[in-house]
Design a protein around this ligand. Structure first.
Ligand SMILES: Cc1ncc(COP(=O)(O)O)c(C=O)c1O
Length: 419
């Protein structure tokens, strides 16, 4: 008798089968899972997806080719995956109160580049946060297609307060008359003033593109203001605070919907990854539940607590705190620069990034609380973690073994996945 795929449904993404077949890769997956459980994930862009999201990612939807959009595909057999994409779009537009959603971008970068493709022509001027102040590579880095094909002008943050210098944004917009203004950052811990960005964009007759890759989950949970009413296009990732699969998404009003869709497929991407689209739908469903709003608010409460505790430990916290999941902290008052501090913290099992500082060439530390909060950690654990930071940096004789053991113990009490 033929075994239909449906009969083996229970075994897709079966790790036991992988272990039997490909020991080498299975070991890597087990090793990475163990690393994630045994250290603390403070990388601001990371989170732990739910088992339901992982199940969608490891499903047979991964096999399906689906170039185009629901009801208008270049491939046969798309009726079922069409339903997944329609649900993902409906959930996204409902969650973010937007007229139109495109859930196909393979990543946050793909979403931003598709927004440029929809609105700009090569050579156009774009005003975005400078890379040294927290702009993303897609905001005009010469190493990225954005910096090669468009003429980016960078705005920055005030060197004393670390806050966006809106007077500078306005002055640069008046001077350069950009075709688009981008608001959004990889490290800015405060809410952008979307209404003010809109005003400045209108004055310059520019499009406003909000790159909300970082705060999108906070927006979904009502813990951060939404750029949707102000921006022409909102770009986002689905894997940060939003806690979905790795990927991107775009939101816009009805007037740009068709242009944006064409900019994603066929202009900058090929076939949609239907397993990721389905996983995004699952994540949007989760993010619409009251428990997610509580999660998003706890992410911010934890970040505020951790920022305050780090300040009390002697770190210089950028902008004096945070309104989001993101914290920027300069360890130099403790006698160490950001790069060296990151190494010592990593040795203690505290995994995070460095970031640019508002003035000078030094590096600070960039961290976030999305993953810790998913694990169930609350304010008391944030205070504990802040003390790990100082001890890992100060215990400068040899590796910080005692702190490493305590980090392992704390991580062990809050496993990201049960069972
Ligand atoms: C502001 C911003 N835009 C775009 C991206 C790109 O996302 P991805 O890495 O999925 O391409 C990021 C990623 O961290 C980001 O922070």
């Amino acid at each position: 008798m033929l075994t239909t795929p449906v009969a083996s449904v229970a075994s897709y993404a079966d790790l036991r089968a992988l272990r039997r077949q490909d020991h080498e890769i299975a070991e890597i997956i087990d090793g990475e899972a163990a690393r994630q459980c045994d250290t603390l994930q403070l990388i601001a862009a990371e989170n732990f997806t739910s088992p339901a999201v992982l199940a969608a990612l490891g499903s047979p939807l991964a096999n399906k080719y689906a170039e185009g959009y629901p009801g208008a595909r270049h491939h046969g057999g798309c009726e079922i995956v069409d339903a997944a994409e329609r649900i993902a779009c409906e959930r996204a537009t409902g969650l973010f109160k937007a007229a139109h959603a495109n859930v196909q971008p393979h990543s946050g970068s793909s979403a931003v580049l598709a927004a440029y493709a929809a609105l700009l022509r090569p050579g156009d001027t774009v005003l975005a946060m400078g890379l040294a102040h927290g702009g993303h590579l897609t905001h005009g880095s010469p190493a990225n297609v954005s910096g090669r094909w468009f003429d980016f002008v960078g705005y920055g943050v005030d060197s004393d307060t670390g806050l966006i210098d809106y007077d500078q944004v306005r002055a640069l917009a008046r001077e350069h008359r950009p075709r688009a203004i981008v608001c959004g950052s990889i490290s800015y811990p405060r809410h952008p003033d979307y209404a003010l960005f809109r005003e400045i964009a209108d004055e310059a007759d520019a499009y406003l593109i909000a790159d909300a890759a970082h705060p999108m989950g906070l927006i979904a949970g009502g813990a951060a203001p939404s750029p949707v009413p102000y921006a022409d296009v909102v770009c986002a990732t689905t894997h940060k605070v939003l806690r979905g699969p790795r990927g991107g998404m775009l939101l816009c009003g009805p007037e740009l919907a068709e242009r944006l869709d064409r900019a994603v497929f066929p202009f900058t991407q090929g076939g949609a990854q239907m397993h990721a689209v389905a996983a995004k739908a699952v994540a949007f469903g989760e993010a619409a539940a009251p428990a997610f709003a509580a999660y998003a608010h706890q992410v911010v409460a934890n970040a505020r607590m951790l920022a305050g505790a780090l300040e009390a430990e002697g770190f210089a916290v950028l902008t004096g705190g945070t309104d989001t999941h993101l914290i920027g902290a300069d360890p130099s008052p403790l006698g160490m620069d950001g790069r060296a501090a990151r190494g010592r913290l990593a040795a203690a099992g505290l995994v995070l990034d460095t970031c640019a500082l508002p003035s000078g060439d030094g590096r600070g530390l960039r961290l976030g609380t999305a993953a810790l909060t998913t694990q169930g950690m609350r304010e008391p654990q944030m205070a504990e973690i802040a003390s790990f930071f100082t001890r890992a940096i100060r215990e400068a004789d040899g590796p910080p073994r005692r702190v490493r053991a305590e980090v392992r113990e704390l991580a062990g009490r809050f496993p990201p996945y049960q069972g």
